[in-house]
Design a protein around this ligand. Structure first.
Ligand code: F6R
Length: 614
C-alpha cells in the first residue's frame, strides 16, 4: 500500500529514487512523484497520475538535480488518483516536501483546525494535513524541522511511514514510522530509505528496520540517529540483507507472476531445506520445538490471515486437525479483530502473511497477545512486522514475491503449515513415526512433482484460449481441495477481472447450481482422495445442466475423464499434499486467461501487494 523511497548522498538522487519506485510499484501504482533538493537550495517536486513510467516521461525535460530526495508510488485511500493527490505533498510556503504510506485517521479534525488558522489545501488527501501541520508548527514555534515533525506526530492518530525534506537543508531526510514499514540502508557516505528493502539491496546490505514511534535523522555526513517521540535516542540495530538482485528481476520471463509460478520447484526446495531431514523421518521446525509447551497445551489454534494467505490457512486447518487433533478456527484478520473474540492464554494464534505487514493481521495478533494468547507467525519477508511482533514463528523462505497475485508464497505457506502440523504431531504423538516418515519422504519429492506439473504449461495455455471470454467461472472442491478452489477463483478474479466463485462442491446444490448453464465453465479440483466418488457426482450434476467442466485430476484417472470436457492430470501425492500440486494448473490458467485478455498481470487494477491500511 504505497511505496516510499528516499536517498541522501553523493549521487544524483533522481535516478536512484525512480529505480526504487519501480521496485516498489507492486505496492501501488495509481500515481507517482519525486522531490529533490539541490545544493543551491532549490526544492523541485514532480508528480503525476499513472505508473512510474509516466512520471519518467513527465520529468524528462525537468531539472532533476540534487543529491537528496524522496519519492512515492501511490495506492489511493483518501482522494481519487490524480496529479494533485499524488505525493510528495508540500507545505504552503513550498519549503517542505513529504511522502507518506499509511492513513491519518484524525486528518479531518486537524485539517479543520489548520483551515481556521488560515491554511489552504491543494489536495483531498490525509497526507497533506501532515505536511501543513509540520509547517505550521515550525513557523509558529520557530523550531527545527525535526522538532516540528516530532510535535506533529504527537498530534496524529493513525498509521504512517513518512519521509520529509526541506529546502534549506539539502543534507538531511527526517523519517518516521508507526504501523507502516520503513527500512533504512546504510552505505558509504550515503543512506537510503524505503518501504521494504528491495530498492536498497543493490547499494548496501546493511539495513536498520525502524520501529514504531521512532524518528530517524538520515544525513549525508552524519551517522544515522534514531529517537523516540520523547526525543530520547534509541538503539540502532544493523541487520544484513539476505536477498539478491537477481531475485528482484524477471530473469527472462515476460512477467514476475510467470517467473514466480515457475520458481516453485526451487522455492519449495528452499522452504524444506534443513527442515525435512533423515530422509523425511524427522521434521525440524525450530519455532515449534521452541514453543513445545504452548503447542502441547493448546486447547485450540486460531489462524488469522487475509486473502490468499487465508486460503493457505484453511488448508492449515485441515492439516492440523488431521495430524494433531487440535481444534482449529480460521478467521479473516479483518473480521477477527472486530468480533469480540474470546481468547485466553491456552489459545495459540497463528498469523499467516506473505508480506508480514498486512494491517489487519497485525492488529489481530496485537489483540491476541493482549488477551494472553501465544502468537506464532508464518511470513515470507524477513524482518517484517509480523515476525517482530510474534512470540515465535517460521519463515517460508520463498524469496521476494513481486507479482501482485500471490503464487509461490501460497505454496510456501501451505508447505510450512504442513511442516508445522507434522512437527506438532510429532511432539504430541498423534502420528506414528511411520506415518510421519511416509509424508516426510514424499515432501522431499514435492519440488520434483511441482516441476512435473509445470510441464502442463502448454496444455493449459491452449485450454485458456477456449475460456478467455467467459463472464463467470465456478470453482469447486471438497476437503483439502475446497480452499484450492477458492484460491483458484481468487487468482482468476484478481488478474483477469472475470467473476469467479470458489465453493465447497457439495454446497453447489444449495444455491450456485442455479447459475450453471452452457455459458458458465466449472473448474473442479478432483484428485484421487477419499472424497473422489463424491466429487464424481458433482461433475455429473454440472454436466446434467449442460455446464462445461475443466477437471484437475490425478494421473491415470478413469472416471472423470469420461465425463469432463477437459482433464488436467497431475502427479499422485498423499491427500494432505494435493493442494500444493493442484493449485499449480489453476495459477497457470488464470495467468493465460489474463494474458489473452491483454491485462497487466503483475499490476492488476485497484490492487496492491502489501495492504498496510485497514
Ligand atoms: C492475492 C493476494 C492477497 C494477499 C493478501 C494478504 O493474490 O496476494 O490476497 O494474500 O493481501 O497479504 P499478506 O499475505 O501479505 O498478508
Amino acid at each position: 500500500m504505497c511505496g516510499i523511497v528516499g536517498y541522501v548522498g553523493k549521487s544524483n538522487a533522481y535516478d536512484i529514487l525512480v529505480k526504487g519506485l519501480h521496485r516498489l510499484e507492486y505496492r501501488g501504482y495509481d500515481s507517482a512523484g519525486v522531490a529533490m533538493v539541490n545544493d543551491s537550495g532549490k526544492l523541485n517536486v514532480y508528480k503525476t497520475l499513472g505508473k512510474v513510467s509516466n512520471l519518467e516521461n513527465f520529468c524528462s525535460d525537468k531539472d532533476k538535480s540534487g543529491c537528496t530526495g524522496i519519492a512515492h508510488t501511490r495506492w489511493a485511500t483518501h482522494g481519487e488518483p490524480s496529479d494533485c493527490n499524488a505525493h510528495p505533498h508540500f507545505s504552503e510556503d513550498g519549503e517542505i516536501a513529504l511522502v507518506h504510506n499509511g492513513t491519518i485517521e484524525n486528518y479531518k479534525v486537524l485539517k479543520d483546525a489548520l483551515i481556521q488558522n488560515g491554511c489552504t489545501f491543494q489536495s483531498e488527501t490525509d497526507t497533506e494535513v501532515l505536511v501543513q501541520l509540520i509547517e505550521y508548527i515550525r513557523t509558529h514555534n520557530d523550531c527545527s524541522l525535526l522538532d516540528a515533525v516530532r510535535e506533529a506526530l504527537r498530534q496524529v492518530v493513525g498509521a504512517y511511514a513518512i519521509a520529509v525534506i526541506e529546502k534549506n537543508n539539502p543534507d538531511t531526510i527526517i523519517a518516521a514510522r508507526k504501523s507502516s514499514p520503513l527500512v533504512i540502508g546504510i552505505g558509504e557516505g550515503e543512506m537510503f530509505l524505503a518501504s521494504d528493502a528491495t530498492p536498497i539491496v543493490e547499494y548496501t546490505k546493511n539495513v536498520v528496520y525502524v520501529k514504531d514511534n521512532e524518528i530517524a535523522v538520515i544525513s549525508r555526513n552524519e551517522p544515522l540517529k534514531l529517537m523516540n517521540l520523547d526525543n530520547e535516542e534509541t538503539k540502532i540495530d544493523v541487520k544484513t540483507l539476505e536477498i539478491s538482485i537477481s531475485q528482484l528481476e524477471k530473469g527472462g520471463y515476460p512477467h514476475f507472476m510467470l517467473k514466480e509460478i515457475f520458481e516453485q520447484p526451487n522455492t519449495l526446495r528452499d522452504c524444506i531445506r534443513g527442515r525435512v531431514v533423515e530422509n523425511g523421518n524427522r521434521i525440524i521446525i525450530s519455532g515449534v520445538q521452541d514453543s513445545k509447551e504452548k503447542f502441547l497445551n493448546a486447547k485450540r489454534i486460531i489462524i488469522v490471515a487475509c486473502g490468499t494467505s487465508w486460503h493457505a490457512s484453511l488448508i492449515g486447518k485441515y492439516l492440523i486437525q488431521d495430524m494433531c487433533r487440535i481444534p482449529v478456527e480460521v478467521e479473516y484478520a479483518s473480521e477477527f479483530r472486530y468480533s469480540s473474540p474470546v481468547i485466553d492464554d491456552r489459545d495459540v494464534v497463528i498469523a499467516v502473511s506473505q508480506s508480514g505487514e498486512t494491517a489487519d493481521t497485525l492488529a489481530a495478533i496485537q489483540m491476541a497477545r493482549e488477551a494472553g494468547a501465544y502468537v506464532y507467525g508464518i511470513s515470507n519477508v524477513v524482518g517484517s512486522s509480523i515476525p517482530r511482533n510474534t512470540d515465535s514463528g517460521t519463515y517460508i523462505h520463498v524469496g521476494p514475491e513481486i507479482g501482485v497475485a500471490s503464487t509461490k508464497a501460497f505454496t510456501g505457506q501451505v508447505m510450512v503449515l504442513t511442516l508445522v502440523a507434522l512437527a506438532i504431531a510429532e511432539l504430541k504423538g498423534t502420528m506414528t513415526a511411520e506415518q510421519i516418515a511416509e509424508i516426510g519422504s514424499t515432501l522431499k519429492k514435492i519440488p520434483d512433482y511441482v516441476a512435473e506439473t509445470l510441464k502442463l504449461n502448454d496444455q493449459i495455455e491452449r485450454l485458456s484460449l477456449i475460456y478467455t471470454y467467459a463472464h463467470n467461472f465456478l470453482y469447486l472442491g471438497r476437503g483439502y481441495s475446497y480452499p484450492v478452489a477458492m484460491e483458484g477463483a481468487l487468482k482468476l478474479k484478481e488478474i483477469s477481472y472475470i467473476h469467479a466463485e470458489g465453493y465447497p462442491a457439495a454446497e453447489m446444490k444449495h444455491g450456485p447450481i442455479a447459475l450453471i448453464d452452457a455459458e458458465m465453465p466449472t473448474v473442479i479440483i478432483a484428485p484421487n482422495d477419499h472424497l473422489y466418488e463424491k466429487i464424481v457426482n458433482n461433475v455429473q450434476q454440472v454436466k446434467a445442466r449442460h455446464g462445461s467442466v475443466i477437471a484437475i485430476v490425478t494421473e491415470g484417472d478413469k472416471e472423470i475423464r469420461n465425463i469432463a470436457d477437459h482433464v488436467i492430470e497431475v502427479p499422485a501425492v498423499p491427500e494432505c499434499l494435493t493442494p500444493i500440486i493442484t493449485s499449480i494448473p489453476l495459477q497457470l490458467l488464470s495467468y493465460y486467461i489474463a494474458i489473452n485478455k491483454g491485462k497487466n498481470v503483475d499490476m492488476p487494477r485497484n490492487l496492491a501487494k502489501s495492504v498496510t491500511v485497514e
